[in-house]
Write a new protein. Sequence first.
Length: 737
Amino acid sequence: MWPGTPDAATTGCCCARSPTRSCSKSGDCRARPTATPTPAGNVPARHFLPRRPASPINRPGARRLTCWAQTGPECRRCGSRLCGDDNVRTQPHHQHLASRRIAARVAGGVDTAADLAASIGRRLAADAVVAVVNGAESDLGIALPDGATVSIVTVGTDAGREVLRHSTSHVLAQAVLELFPGAKFAIGPAIENGFYYDFELPDGATFHADDLERIEATMRRIMDADQAFVREECDVATGLGVFADQPYKREIIERVDASEVVGDGTVSLYRNDGGFVDLCRGPHVPSTGKLGNFALQKVAGAYWRGDEKRPMLQRIYGTAWESPKALAEHLERLAEAELRDHRKLAAELDLLSFPEELGAGLAVWHPKGAMVRKLMEDYSRTRHEQGGYDFVYSPHVAKSVLWETSGHLDFYADGMYPPMEIEGASYYPKPMNCPFHMMVFKSSTRSYRDLPQRLFELGTVYRYERSGTLHGLLRIRGFTQDDAHIFCTPDQVVDEVVSLLGFVLSVLRAFGFDEFTASLSTRPPEKSVGSDEDWGLATDALRNALEREGLAYDIDEGGGAFYGPKIDVKVRDAIGRHWQLSTIQADFQLPQRFDLQYVGADGARHRPIVIHRALFGSVERFFGVLLEHFAGAFPAWLAPVQVRVLGVRNDHDTYAERLVDRLAAEGYRADWVRAEEPLGNRIRRAKLDKLPYVLVVGDDDVANGTVGVNPRGGNVERDVSVDDFVARLAAAVESHV
RNA sequence: GCCCGAGUAGCUCAGUGGCUAGAGCAGCUGUCUUGUAAACAGCAGGUCGUGGGUUCGAUCCCCACCUCGGGCUCCA
C-alpha cells in the first residue's frame, strides 16, 4: 500500500490494517464506527433547535384538540392508515408498530405535545419522551403551532433512547457539580448504547472507581426528585454570563458555528428545579423522573475536543435504557462479549501469548494456535492459487532508498521501526509489503499480455503503533498480511474488481461469516492525484462490483485515500458485532512512484493501475476475530484437535490408540488420553478445550468396532461404527461446519 | 504518546510496614480402573513486574521504568 496520507495507517488499504480498535470489553462494537446513515427515525442528538416556528396561536386556553389523519405512512403490516378519519381523535396505532410514533396534524386549538400525547392515550403519554414537530425534535412541553405535523417519540425507539441517554448525562453532570464543587463541565452526548460527560476537576483531581458509586447515588436522588427540565433561551451575552465560571461552556458558545448555534443570537439552556443549568440544544425528557435505568461504567481520560494538544478531561461513561429489562439485557451482552474476549480465550485454550520479554504488541504462537493459523493460511494459499495469484516472498528489511521511492519515509515514518545501520546503509523493518511487490513487477519488461498480474504474499510487517493503541491481536506491532497487489491495465480494472469482490466474500463465507456490509470511499475533494478519468473508472469499477454482488454499502464521500478509491468490507459476527476485515483499494500513485510500465498492444509503454487488497487484513487480527466469533469453539476444519478418544478403562487404551492412528492416517487431528482418571473428568477437560468430537470407547466398542460419539453441542450417541464416524467427520470438515 | 487503573505460583485470586507469603485449579508422583462435564492422597511450585529511594526493616510507602486493561471517534 501506498502510505499516502498521514492517516494512511488508519484509512487502511490492503496493507493498512483495519484501524479498528476492537469493541471494548463492554461489548460495544470493536470496529471503529463508520459513517453510516442514520436509521430512519433516529434523529441525532441536537443541542440547539432551530428557532421555534413562529406560531401566532400560542393560545394557552385552547383545550380542544383536533387532529386528522396524516395521509402518508401506512402500517407496514396491515396497510391501514396511521390515524382515523377527519376530526377523529388520533389513536395510537397497532401495538405492533415498533416505533409507536404517532403522527397528527394539529389544527384549531393548540396544546403542548405532551397534551397531545395524553389525549391519545395514557400509555403513549407515559412512554413519550420528546416530540417531532414539523420535522424538528422538541421538548414535549413545546406549544404546538397551528397546522403542525407532530409525532411523539417514545422511549423504546432509537430516537427515544438517545434522548433519555442524553438527559441522563445531564443528571450525571448535575450530580458531579454537586459532589465536586468547582468542577468544570464540558460536553455530554448520547453515544451508542449510552452516554458520557467530560469534566475537569479542581486542581487536576481525578475520579476514582468508588466515586462512581457516590455519583450514581446522587443521580438516583435527583431522578427520584423528578425535577423538570425547563428550557430557556437567551442571547449570547447572557449565556456567557450564566457560564461565567465555566470556560468550556463559554468556549462552546463562542466557538461553535454561528449559523448553527447562535445564528439569531439565541442560546438555549436547560434549568431544572435542582438549581442546575446546562447549555444545551435539547430536547430532553420532561423531567428526571423519566430516567433511572442506567449504570455508570467507567472513568477515562479524554482530550477536550479530541485534540491531544488540549487539556485532558475526565470522562465518565454510562449506559441507559428504557426499562430495567433492556438495561439487564445490555449488561448481559457485555458479559457475553467479555467471555468471548480473544485475549482470554487465547490464554485459556493455550493458543498464543504475549511474553513481556518480547516487548509490547508482539506475540508467540503456541502449537494449538499455530495449527489454527496454519490451517487458515493453508486455506488462503489454496484459494489464491486457484484464484490466479502468483506467490512471492520478500525480506523483512530493506534499505532506505526503497522507502524513499515508495514515499513511506515521507508519509509513514512515524509508523516505522527505526532503521538498523549496517555497512553505511540504513535498513528499515518493513511496515508494508507493497514496495517489494513493485520491485517484482519491475524486474522485467511486462507486456499487456501478462496482465493482470496478481502477486500474493503472506507478508509479515512491523509497525510502531503508539503504545496506548495496542490491543491483543487486534492491534499489534508485528503481524502478517494476506497481501496482494494486482497490476492491470485501466480497462481491466472493472472485471478485476468484480471478480475480486466475489473472491473476497467467498473466502470470508468459508470462515463462517455470512452477513456483510461495505463502504465505498470516493475521491477526496481536495488533494488527490490521478486524472478524473482514472478516478471515475476506478470508482465505477468498485461500485459496479458492489452492485453485482448485491452487497449493501454506504458511500463515504471523499473518504478515499488521495491515491485512489476503496471498498472496505465488514462482517457481522455471531453476537452481532461488526468488524472491518477486507479492503480493496485502487492506486494510481505507486505505479508512478516506481515508474511501472507495461508494453501495450500498440507497442508503446503504459502505466498500469495497482489494486491493493487484503482479505483477512492481518492474519493475527483475523484470527482474533474468528476466536471471538466462534467463542473459541473452532469448527472441525479449523480445530487444532478435532477428535479426542477416551478409553473407559485403561484396557481400552490400545483400541483408542489404534483409532487415533487411523484418523491421523486419514488426515485428521486426533489424540487420546490414558484412562488414569475418571472418564467424567477427561470428558470435562475435552469440553473445556472446546473440541468438536469426543469419542468414548469401552468393552462394547472394542468388541464391535464402534465408538460412542459425544459431539460438541450435541447429544451422546452410542454404538456408531468407526466408518460412519469418519464419514461424518469428513462431511463436517468438508462443509466447514 | 496522554489520562485513569492494574501487575503476588502456569491460571484465577487471598494477604501483610515485623518470624519461613496463602488457597483453588493446572503440573508432578502414587493409589483408584472408571460408559459421557470435577476420584483420593502426597509433592513441587513465588527475587510478590523491574530498578531506585524512605525506613532498623519494604511485596506493602514514594519515584522512575516495563507490561497489561479501559479511554482519548461518534462534537453542549
